[in-house]
Design a protein around this ligand. Sequence first.
Ligand SMILES: [Zn+2]
Length: 67
Amino acid sequence: MSEIKDFKVLKKINLTLPHDINGIIVCPNERCVSHYCVSKFKSDINRKNQILVKCHYCEKQFMLNAK
Ligand SMILES: [Zn+2]
């Protein structure tokens, strides 16, 4: 599987973020196919230091509460 490899690559790019959020959170889009398999998300930080998470499957973007 490519998940481990992806995680290592992303970790090098940005060490401050849990860049790869697979299988931990659930997509807010209830029709998203991620509900039937392992969810995959990409995280990003916006200008307000908020963590934005984007679903790999349906590309829905939402905010993640974190300190
Ligand atoms: Zn989704």
